[in-house]
Write a new protein. Structure first.
Length: 559
């Protein structure tokens, strides 16, 4: 049932799931793999093709599982390796693939490797990590978790030395100058691929290696190792994919695709904040500029486009004034800020304005790349900025109006985090069950959008050319693939807008609007006038209609 096209990931719609937040099957207040298995029907119904599961390995859970203490197991509270195999079998039988986080850069300080490494300089594992007798090395490397860390070095009283960590001080970096480490992580990868996983979202890959005098990001030797990982995939695991988390400028992300011999996919971090900027400023330039600054990528590669994820809405790829603008417009309350970003979910960021939520999703679903939905954003879930770190955007999925939003049968006090309970975003108003029953809910619209997107490979595989109408509030581009041409138009303004588009190359075509299948007026050699509602958008098929006599697209719609 799986799409066995080697480039399946260029047509796929992805969906990000923290296992702990999705569904609790055994009533302990924590989501688990069995619970996720019970929700595969929903994910199939929604139309997603590939799940990305956040780390489910044994962990002290001080960084929500990104502090791994055992790479070869499933954390007890999530289930067992057998549960994982069952999940993969059931997902695959439904045509859904599953990729997981591979946390390459570091381990938990509770990992046996670190405990052995710190024991003695003579320990065979001592050089699994980056030790130093001074904390003055690699001083050009920035601190990433600025809310909590003052240095990338921490003194270890047992080893009587400093150890290097790019994230929390309880996450010592692995030493990729050590061939044993490089081999050990290749072994971890093979182990999970042998379990049947369809690939990995590789965590924090820019930071794998360190070199004096550099910022210790995106080093050539890092790419050498990442190419080694891809070689293993190509040798023995055809069809599995590697998705890079490289939160860098497009020119610095481009090398992670290599010549089509490194990552299959990479998140487009710089584009993401500019979608929000474009919306707020009502100007297309921040968005178009990002595309004109994004180098082409090899044909077997793909961008992964997103609006939000389990981290803060990162502003690391924004300039000072851009950051100020984003904080001013989207996070006036300092409690919403985390590190260099904003820890809010999509709906609250957009004032719970259904028009804006649809508009931004429409962009991510029609621009070049594969879209990924963050769990709960498809129903417009809210957040809880009172919670620590990034927990506010990681609350239990809201399935019903019932106790614990149908996430768990446990006593509410046992939940790993409280369910969002305010009057706007509480489960009485926001839940899957109600929205599946309402034909015009956000969830039904998301499902419809996914369906339409999957009918046109142009979205995932086509080229993009921007039209530059005089009205700068309207973002218009044409997606082309083989003989298909799709015109996508977005009104970034809070007011209705009229726009004149130069479509003379399509003269004679009568566009069909894809979401409603109505036929628009014929295109002529004159400027084509469109009027858009506030935050309105159109997906128009400009492919010359080869069907029979003049007829309205609607007539072909099954009644
Ligand atoms: O984040 C890595 C990273 O580079 C972060 O700065 C990220 O770019 C930023 O938080 C905005 O997305 C990854 C995981 O996504 C994060 O949850 C972990 O805490 C971190 O690695 C350490 O494992
Ligand atoms: Ca590192």
């Amino acid at each position: 049932m799986l799409n066995n096209d080697p480039l399946w990931y260029k047509d796929a719609v992805f969906y990000e799931i923290p296992v702990k937040a999705f569904a609790d099957s055994n009533g302990d207040g924590i989501g688990d793999v069995q619970g996720l298995i019970g929700k595969l029907e929903y994910l199939k119904w929604l139309g997603v093709d590939c799940l990305w599961l956040l780390p489910f390995y044994p962990s002290p859970m001080r960084d929500d599982g990104y502090d791994v203490s055992d790479f070869y197991n499933v954390a007890e509270h999530f289930g067992t390796k057998e549960d994982m195999r069952k999940l993969l079998d059931e997902a695959h039988s439904l045509g859904i693939r599953v990729i997981v986080d591979l946390v390459l850069n570091h381990t938990s300080d509770q990992h046996a490797w670190f405990q052995e490494s710190r024991r003695s300089p003579e320990s065979p594992m001592h050089h699994y990590y980056v030790w130093s007798d001074t904390d003055r090395k690699y001083e050009k490397a920035r601190i990433i978790f600025i809310d909590t860390e003052k240095s990338n070095w921490t003194w270890d009283p047992e080893a009587k030395a400093f150890y290097w960590h790019r994230f929390f001080s309880h996450q010592p970096d692995l030493n990729y100058d050590n061939p044993a480490v490089r081999e050990a992580m290749l072994h971890v990868m093979s182990f999970w691929l042998d379990q049947g996983l369809d690939g990995f979202r590789c965590d924090a890959v820019p930071y794998l290696l360190e070199r004096e005098g550099t910022i210790c990001e995106n080093l050539p030797e890092t790419h050498d190792y990442l190419k080694e990982i891809r070689r293993r995939i190509d040798e023995a695991y055809q069809g599995r994919i590697l998705l890079a988390e490289a939160n860098q400028w497009p020119t610095d992300v481009r090398p992670y695709f290599g010549d089509g011999d490194e990552f299959h996919m990479a998140f487009h971090f710089p584009l993401m904040p500019r979608l929000y900027m474009g919306l707020r400023s009502e100007l297309c330039d921040p968005i178009i500029d990002m595309f004109t600054h994004t180098p082409d990528i090899p044909d077997n590669c793909q961008w992964c486009l997103f609006l939000r994820n389990h981290d803060e809405l990162t502003l690391e790829m924004c300039s000072g004034e851009e950051r100020d603008y984003m904080y001013y417009t989207y996070a006036r309350d300092p409690k919403m800020r985390r590190n260099i970003g904003i820890a809010r979910r999509l709906a609250p960021l957009l004032d719970n304005d259904r028009r804006k939520i649809e508009l931004l999703n429409s962009m991510v679903f029609t621009m070049p790349g594969s879209p990924i939905i963050y769990y709960g954003d498809e129903i417009g879930m809210g957040d809880d900025i009172r919670l620590k770190d990034r927990d506010g955007v990681r609350t239990p999925m809201q399935w019903t109006m019932g106790q614990n939003a149908g996430f768990s049968a446990c006593d509410p006090a046992q939940l790993y985090l409280p369910v969002v309970s305010d009057s706007v975003y509480g489960c009485q108003s926001i839940n899957v069950k109600s929205q599946r029953e309402m034909p015009h809910s956000l969830l039904q619209w998301m499902k419809r959008m996914i369906e339409v997107r999957k009918r046109f490979p142009a979205f995932g595989r086509g080229s993009i050319s921007f039209l530059r109408p005089t009205n700068g509030k309207v973002l218009a581009y044409v997606r082309r693939h083989e003989d298909t041409a799709l015109l996508i138009v977005h009104n970034l303004a809070a007011s209705a807008q009229s726009v004149e588009l130069d479509l003379k190359e399509f003269a004679g075509v009568r566009p069909i609007e894809l979401l409603g299948e109505a036929r628009f007026a014929s295109i002529t050699g004159s400027p084509y006038v469109l009027t858009l509602a506030p935050y309105g958008y159109y997906w128009l098929n400009l492919t010359p209609d080869r069907s029979g006599p003049e007829s309205y697209g609607i007539e072909q719609t099954a009644l």
